[in-house]
Design a protein around this ligand. Structure first.
Ligand code: PGA
Length: 231
């Protein structure tokens, strides 16, 4: 794992945006992999500032809350439409697990088939949860997992409630790419900010085991961690 140490989240988001552009432009026909949440919002702001428009026509989202429509304020499909498509003036398609053609019982399988057909992705953005989750692969998720519906840990529901107008509305399930799905991307950019994530990062880097989802990815041949935390 390559580690880029930064002084601030702002600087880290800028470097992440530069690496994302470089990787996406190296394989311009391959889809890109997007993530959501507070950390990624900074990356998308920097991408917009540089005037970058992806040359690819497809993108894949990591995850989505289960049972909320893509028009919901907190839907990740909606967030990516706002921050990535509209933010960058890009007209491509974002494939989001659990939404559109990927809703319903066979949706996760269909999402996997589509990512196999159109992938591998040139680059995948990744965050780390306070509890160590990657996408919505909570601690203990199988390293060979594929896209599926998962139960969210109470700590994840609590952490994400800050983004909801009514904290009681946070879904308790999600559809998430699996760890094996994520591992297929050519490049992984993992961005970890916030002292609340220090313990999860330290454990994943120094005592990785089956409870640390990052352990499924930290031997990836092209993974870069951007952080100001201790490593
Ligand atoms: P955050 O989410 O960027 O909002 O902290 C990261 C995550 O839970 O993966």
């Amino acid at each position: 794992m390559k580690i880029i140490r930064v002084a601030t989240a702002e600087q880290g988001a800028e470097i992440a945006a530069e690496l994302f552009v470089e990787a996406a432009d190296s394989y311009p026909r391959d889809p890109v992999g997007l993530a959501t949440g507070g950390t990624m919002a900074g990356v998308y702001r920097h991408l917009a500032k540089t005037g970058f428009t992806p040359r690819c026509s497809e993108a894949f989202a990591l995850d989505e809350y289960f049972g909320i429509p893509d028009t919901h304020e907190n839907s990740y499909a909606n967030e990516l439409n706002r921050e990535f498509s509209k933010g960058l003036g890009w007209n491509g398609t974002i494939h989001t697990p659990g939404q559109g053609p990927y809703a319903g019982l066979h949706g996760p399988e269909k999402f996997e088939q589509t990512i196999q057909e159109l992938g591998p992705l040139s680059v995948q953005l990744l965050g780390l949860g306070v509890n160590g989750h990657i996408a919505f692969n909570e601690p203990g998720s199988p390293f060979d997992s594929k896209t599926r519906v998962v139960d969210l840990e109470p700590s994840t529901i609590q952490a994400n409630s800050v983004y909801f107008a009514d904290p009681a509305e946070v879904p308790n399930q999600a559809t998430s790419q699996g760890l094996a799905t994520i591992a297929q991307a050519k490049k992984l950019i993992l961005i970890v900010f916030g002292s609340a994530k220090q313990a999860a990062l330290t454990k994943a880097l120094h005592s990785p085991d089956e409870t640390t989802p990052l352990a499924a990815l930290n031997q990836h041949s092209n993974i870069t961690l951007i952080t100001y935390l201790e490593t």
